[in-house]
Write a protein that binds this ligand. Structure first.
Ligand code: SF4
Length: 501
């Protein structure tokens, strides 16, 4: 049976009898609420790099306010109450909405003003409104300062609306200095672009009222931020760093002199131009997260995703591998053309193409998306318990299998992927890269007890940084060879830093 510790499943207790001290004027507390972790996946993925949501809000705070940050997922207990904040800002996503509302209730009952923001607030405004003094709909960074000023003057309104059309470059850099040291593999979460050239029907980007044109920050801004972190490794949190190939190329050229490494989410069409993939490698890209979604082209068409045909995926994966870039492939199960054989077929493809890691999801209709509306209209939603809308539970009736078959197939895929046999089968072709690959794979995929220990003791960075630094050095050597090599000979295994990431 899968090891499943209580503190990874249940949020820390909020003391109902606690009476805090007086409200400290002009003090704000920003909270990332707890969400239960799927024990079938690696606990490590939750501390890879921090979300930018709260550190970006913190950066927009007026200088005469003090501000604190609390991420409940770092397993350090419930959020602080001393000093007691005048304002509490909570980011709300679908699966953690219940916890966000519980926190909101607790702080409001004791005298704080609670502001809720995040995608779920935009998608389910009426539901969220009863739990907050004010809602930030849309882009919160541009609203935060105004909301705090309105708190000061006692004129806080119930709803504030921001849009995603303001120039992105005007936003201040996130306050990374607020992050607890040692808790993340890297604190260098970066963002260069916003939006995506696709609008897949199942993606939260397709939520009604979310109109997000693709925007790009100046490459110099991004590079300066990366340089300033002093971290050897960054994670780009962009939805799709590759939506504009010309911009990505320019960014890569500017990143190259830093001699650091990074990973990012891109869509597979970035391989349309192999020279761009080479530029990514030369700029330090060691891994990409790619949403393949399905090996069945009919599913891709139904989802409205503009994507190359699945028959061409393997060739495109080789373009990444040939440039030393590892691929973390994301697959979704439960589309209308999926049948019970989909699980074995998908894992066999992953193994055949030696993908270092893969991420599986059960198709989940997020409220406000076209998929949600369709399944609701067809009467196929099983319930609206948002806590289970987390891509590891079946919340709708699949077309060609039972919910149990879908649940079991999803779990089987992770068991198989994390098995000794599968890890060995997917080792890099380059024998020199095999040992670091195995080390990283076992640490990442089969060490949840260790991860919990590291997270609780705030030792994640201390343990992982030396491995990351080794990866960076190895990648620098690889890059040199890549720059000198103009042949098309395959060369896999430049780095392993993104094993499982
Ligand atoms: S390509 Fe990815 S990020 Fe873009 S809309 Fe589709 S699922 Fe969302």
């Amino acid at each position: 049976m899968t090891w499943n510790p209580r503190d990874m499943q249940i949020a820390p207790r909020l003391a109902s009898a606690l009476r805090p001290g007086p409200v400290k004027p002009r003090h704000a507390l920003l909270i990332q609420p707890f969400y239960p972790k799927d024990p079938r996946t690696s606990f490590g993925k939750h501390v890879l790099a921090p979300s930018l949501a709260l550190t970006s809000i913190a950066a927009a705070t007026p200088s005469d306010w003090t501000i604190a940050y609390w991420d409940e997922n770092l397993l350090q207990g419930p959020p602080p109450h001393d000093p007691f904040p005048q304002v509490v800002g909570i980011t709300v996503h679908l699966t953690l909405a219940d916890r966000a509302y519980a926190l909101a209730r607790w702080y409001r009952e004791r005298g704080a003003k609670v502001i809720l923001g995040g995608l779920h607030v935009t998608a389910c405004l009426e539901e969220a409104a009863v739990h907050a003094d004010a809602l930030a709909i849309g882009e919160g960074v541009q609203l935060w300062r105004r909301m705090l000023r309105d708190v000061e003057t006692g004129t806080l309104r119930p709803i504030y609306r921001g849009d995603f059309r303001r120039p992105y470059r005007n936003e201040p850099p996130p306050r990374r200095d607020m992050l607890p040291k040692g808790c993340f593999l890297t604190t260098a979460s970066l963002i260069a672009t916003r939006g995506c050239h696709n609008r897949c029907g199942f993606c939260y980007m397709a939520t009604h009222d979310v109109k997000m044109p693709y925007q790009m920050r100046d490459v110099e801004q991004v590079v300066d931020e990366f340089r300033a972190t002093a971290e050897p490794y960054a994670v780009f949190t962009d939805n799709n760093l590759g939506s504009r190939p010309d911009y990505l190329r320019e960014l890569c050229r500017a990143l190259r002199p830093l001699e650091k490494i990074w990973s990012a989410a891109v869509s597979i069409d970035v391989t349309d131009d192999p020279s761009l993939v080479r530029e990514m490698a030369l700029a330090g890209c060691t891994g990409v997260f790619v949403g393949f979604e399905s090996l069945n082209g009919e599913n891709i068409v139904d989802a409205g995703k503009k994507s190359p045909a699945p028959e061409d995926y393997a060739r495109r994966v080789r373009v990444f591998h040939d440039n030393g870039i590892q691929v973390n492939a994301s697959f979704v199960f439960g589309f209308d053309h999926d049948r019970p054989g989909v699980f074995e077929k998908t894992v066999a493809w992953i193994e055949e193409n030696r993908l270092t890691c893969s991420t599986f999801h059960i198709l989940t209709p997020y409220p406000g998306t076209p998929l949600f509306r369709r399944l609701e209209a067809e009467g196929r939603l099983l319930h609206k318990d948002w806590r289970l809308y987390n891509t590891s539970h079946v919340v709708f009736r699949p077309k060609h299998m039972t919910p149990e078959q879908l649940t079991d197939g999803y779990a089987w895929c992770y068991r198989r992927l994390f098995s000794h046999r599968s890890i060995w089968h997917r080792r890099p072709v380059d024998f020199k890269a095999v040992a670091p690959y195995l080390a990283m794979s076992y640490l990442y995929k089969r060490s949840n007890r260790l991860w919990r220990f590291l997270i609780r003791r705030q030792l994640t960075a201390a343990v992982w940084r030396p491995l990351v630094e080794q990866s960076r050095r190895r990648h620098l050597r690889f890059r040199k060879q890549l720059a000198a090599d103009t042949s098309a000979a395959p060369r896999q295994g430049g780095s392993v830093v993104t094993a499982g990431v």
